[in-house]
Each structure stands twice: as structure tokens, then as C-alpha cells.
Ligand binder design. Structure first.
Ligand code: FAD
Length: 472
């Protein structure tokens, strides 16, 4: 039997379920088709499970360092099964919450694979959604006015190192480990690679990162890359940049790879390998061939309101590429449904989106890097301030890192803020607000920051940019 909706969303991840709630608030009769679990990658394979594991790694590290704080204790051992159990419990608790919200907002959920049909007896336009599930013999048909594609992404595979759930693992497989490997080679020094490297090193796993570009965190400001490299090396992580794996051999429950670096080949062996080289959009099997929708480099092409070439079919989140982040997917979903409901939403300014890496030390940034700003011919005014001159950072016990604030010397507009150090993934929200409110460095300096807090670093970096620092 066919059912009619205002909106059918394919994919109930962060982008899809947030869009569904907003659509329901706007009075749209909405359904989500989800083939796995509501909450998607962020809740089940991404943000939440990895940050829960990172918290356990932090506790373990802090316990080992406890004598530095005058607390004499001994770490008996790490119970990794319990670490994993805690991760699953927190994920489950949040999953229950998402299900409750969907129910509260009267959104219908279809468990199955959603696929866009071409013009049919139900509609002259492509956009009828068929739902294929294990429980129904015949596909259900949903006839919407609008479709939102929010199908997300999956770990990108390297043809020479295909995932095999044995030694060559994806970030999804890593979450299923029942014990920690003694050693690991991590291919890719981007966000996911850095978070796993940091966590595993804190859990005493021997970590080697192989990164093809000339620095870790290639998406961040160069000074951030330099700092994270230094701290990671101090943590005992082996870092190979401008390095390519040219050969691999799996034998005796371990993997040996040949790494080429500066024309020289060296062999490295580890118990496991994590390949984290980006994410590919989930666009196969969703019926795009029945539409005129454009794809570029695997990603669905949209305008600033997330309409595809079929203007009643929208797409948001990881499947359109760009900044593949949960908070981006959620905002894109909100803008898309507000546009469907004629609410005249503001397009998202991607320069105002903060991005975070939850390694130890943490990294957070917003806006342009120094190089990007220079390439755009801005005359720069830069305020750098180290955490070691901030009282609260010394109190945390880990005062390494800094804030780098970049402003336009002519207009005093903020161009970028780059941070590495304690709790910067929480601190960056102040920078986001400063960007949204179009604040200047002197307005950030004028804002009173309580003492002693890590947030004082914003006043100090702003004063530094103005050439009148107090504590340095
Ligand atoms: P997804 O969350 O991937 O959801 C897509 C959903 O669509 C899935 O549930 C899938 O089952 C479903 N689906 C796909 N095809 C179909 C179909 N044909 N029919 C029905 N259902 C379908 N982002 C952050 O902001 N902060 C972080 O700390 C962070 N950490 C991360 C850590 C890791 C290890 C990873 C992998 C990602 C992390 N991310 C993080 C990224 C974040 O998870 C994604 O950006 C976010 O989940 C994207 O949301 P989405 O709704 O576009 O897609």
C-alpha cells in the first residue's frame, strides 16, 4: 500500500533525524527510512563511541600520572572489555533518547533500504520512495512532496589495502575490537587517524602513523600541525609524513608494510592496521539513476539550500561532501526543511563552522588558516598566546599548546582562530560566537573572562593581536 507524506527522509543519522524533527515542528507530515539504526554514524560509529573511548584513555593516562598531582596510587590494569561496555551503554542511552524524540514528534520510521523511484503511477516526477525490508515481502511505497537524502558516508577503502576485519581495519571495525593490539599502523593523519592514535598511545599501544602529505592534520593551520607532531612524538608515537605504503603482507596475525619515504623504503610490522583516509558518500542503491541529480567525485551536488537538480529532492550531510561533521549535517538538514516550508532560511556560512579533533592534546579551529588568509591577500594581524602563561592551564597539568588568532589588519575582522591544548574543543564555541557576531579582537579582549579559566586565553590572544598583552 502506498502512503503519502509531505517529506520522506532517506537516512536517519544526525542530519536526517534533526531535519525530521524540524520538519515536524513546521507541520510537515514526515517519515524517515533508515536501514540500520536511528542516530547514524555519529551515534553508533563516530562522535559518541570514539569520544567515550577517549575519555577512558584520559582516565587511564591521568591515573598513570597521578603522582604528579600528589596522589599516590597504582594502576592495576586496564579492563578493555569494561571500556567497550561503557561505550556501548552510553551509545545505547543516547539511542533511546533519539527514538523517544522521533516518537514525541510523531515522525513515522520505516526500517529498510530507501530508494528513489523514477516517474510512476504514483507520481509524474521521480521521488516516490520504495522501502525494501526483511519483514515485508513487497516493498512499501511512500509518496512524498519532498525527499531529503541524508544517507551519510562510509570509510574510504584503499584498493591496495582493502578492509578485511582481520588485520586491515576501518574506523567502524576498530570499535568492535575485543582487546587492544600491542601495536598498530594508522594510515592517514587526519581527524580520525589522530584521535585513534592519541587514544591508543594513551592505552600503551605502540602507534605508527603513515601520512601521505607533508604534515599531520593537513586541514589545519601549519603551526597546529607542528605542535601536534611534537606532542605526539613525545607521547612515543612514530610519525612518518610524505610517506606511502608500497607493499603489504599479512602473516602470523600481523601485518608488515613497506613504506616509501623520500625515495627510501623501510619495513614496519604491527598487529593491526587502521586505514583512515577519508569517507566516501553512500550514494549507491538509492535510485539516483532514476533522477537527473548530479554527482561529482561521488558526492551529491546541491545549491545553497541543499536542492539537487530535481528541485523537490534535497540532500544534506556527509553524502554531499564538504565539511563532514555532525553539527554541519544537522544545520544543513534544518536549512533544507525550512526552505521546503518557505521559511526563508539563511544559507550556512561554512567559515563560521568550528571543527574539532578530540585527541590529546585537543585541536579546534574556525575560519581561515594563515596560509589561506595570505593567499586571499589579506593584510594580517596575528595574536598567538601559549597556554603555559594561563594559570588554569598549569592547574590542569597539561599546559602545552596555544591559541592563534588571525584578523584583518585593515578592517579588524576576525579571519581565523586556531587552538591546540586543554579543552579547546569546548573553548572554540566562544570563537564561533565571535564570528557570528562579527566581533573584533578588541571586543574579544574587552569581554570579561573569569579568572582562573582556560577561556582567559581569548583575551590574551586578542590583546596580543592588538600589541598590548598583559601576561606575556
Ligand atoms: P550518517 O550519520 O552517516 O547517517 C546516514 C544514515 O543513513 C545511516 O544511519 C545509514 O544507515 C542510513 N542510510 C544510508 N543509506 C540508506 C538507505 N538507502 N536507506 C535507508 N537508510 C540509509 N563529527 C563531528 O561533528 N564530531 C565528531 O566528533 C565526529 N567524530 C567522528 C568519528 C568517527 C570515527 C567518524 C567515522 C565520524 C565522526 N564524525 C564526527 C562525523 C559524523 O559522524 C558525520 O559527519 C555525521 O554522522 C554525518 O551525518 P549524516 O546524517 O550525514 O550521515
Amino acid at each position: 500500500m502506498a502512503k503519502e507524506y509531505d517529506l520522506v527522509i532517506i537516512g536517519g543519522g544526525t542530519g536526517g533525524y534533526v531535519a525530521a524533527i524540524r520538519a515536524s515542528q513546521l507541520g510537515l507530515k514526515t517519515a524517515i527510512v533508515e536501514k540500520n539504526k536511528l542516530g547514524g554514524t555519529c551515534l553508533h560509529q563516530g562522535c559518541i563511541p570514539t569520544k567515550t573511548l577517549l575519555k577512558s584513555a584520559e582516565v587511564y593516562r591521568t591515573m598513570k600520572e597521578s603522582s604528579d598531582y600528589g596522589v599516590l596510587t597504582k594502576v592495576e590494569k586496564l579492563d578493555f572489555a569494561k571500556v567497550q561496555k561503557r561505550k556501548s551503554e552510553i551509545t545505547e542511552q543516547l539511542y533511546q533518547g533519539v527514538q523517544m524524540l522521533i516518537k514525541k514528534n510523531k515522525i513515522d520510521v520505516y526500517n529498510g533500504i530507501g530508494r528513489i523511484m523514477g516517474p510512476s503511477i504514483f507520481s509524474p516526477l521521480p521521488g516516490t520512495v520504495s522501502v525494501e525490508s526483511d519483514t515485508n515481502q513487497e516493498n512499501e511505497m511512500l509518496i512524498p512532496k519532498f525527499v531529503l537524502l541524508a544517507t551519510g558516508s562510509k570509510p574510504r577503502e584503499l584498493p591496495s589495502l582493502p578492509f578485511n576485519k582481520n588485520n586491515i581495519l576501518s574506523s567502524d571495525d576498530m570499535l568492535q575490537l575485543d582487546h587492544l593490539p600491542e601495536s598498530i599502523i594508522i594510515v592517514g593523519g587526519g581527524v580520525i587517524g589522530l584521535e585513534w592514535a592519541s587514544m591508543l598511545a594513551d592505552f600503551d599501544v605502540q602507534v605508527t602513523i603513515v601520512e601521505a602529505s607533508n604534515r599531520l592534520a593537513p586541514h589545519e593551520d601549519e603551526e597546529i600541525s607542528k605542535e601536534i607532531t611534537q606532542v605526539f612524538r613525545k607521547k612515543g608515537i612514530q610519525i612518518l609524513t610524505k610517506a606511502m605504503i608500497t607493499d603489504s603482507l599479512e602473516k602470523d596475525n600481523q601485518i608488515t608494510v613497506t613504506v616509501e619515504q623520500n625515495g627510501k623504503k623501510t619495513e614496519f610490522t604491527a598487529k593491526k592496521m587502521l586505514v583512515s583516509v577519508g569517507r566516501a558518500a553512500n550514494t549507491e542503491g538509492i535510485g539516483l539513476e532514476n533522477t537527473d541529480i548530479d554527482i561529482n567525485n561521488g558526492f551529491i551536488q546541491v545549491n545553497e539550500f541543499y536542492q539537487t537538480k530535481e528541485s523537490h529532492i534535497y540532500a544534506i550531510g556527509d553524502c554531499i561532501g564538504g565539511m563532514q561533521l555532525a553539527h554541519v549535517a544537522a544545520r544543513e538538514g534544518t536549512i533544507a526543511v525550512e526552505h521546503m516550508a518557505n521559511q526563508d532560511p539563511e544559507p550556512l556560512n561554512y567559515h563560521h563552522v568550528p571543527k574539532c579533533t578530540y585527541s590529546f592534546p585537543e585541536i579546534a579551529s574556525i575560519g581561515m588558516t594563515e596560509k589561506e588568509a595570505k593567499n586571499k591577500n589579506f593584510e594580517l594581524k596575528i595574536g598567538r598566546f601559549p597556554f603555559k602563561a594561563i594559570g588554569k592551564a598549569l592547574i590542569t597539568g597539561h599546559p602545552s599548546g596555544f591559541v592563534k588568532l588571525i584578523a584583518d589588519a585593515k578592517t579588524n575582522d576576525l579571519l581565523g582562530i586556531h587552538m591546540i591544548g586543554p579543552h579547546v574543543t569546548d573553548l572554540i564555541s566562544e570563537a564561533s560566537l565571535a564570528f557570528v557576531l562579527d566581533a573584533t579582537p578588541d571586543e574579544m579582549a574587552y569581554t570579561i573572562h573569569p579568572h582562573p579559566t582556560l577561556s582567559e586565553i581569548f583575551s590574551e590572544a586578542s590583546l596580543m593581536a592588538e600589541g598590548r598583552p598583559i601576561h606575556l
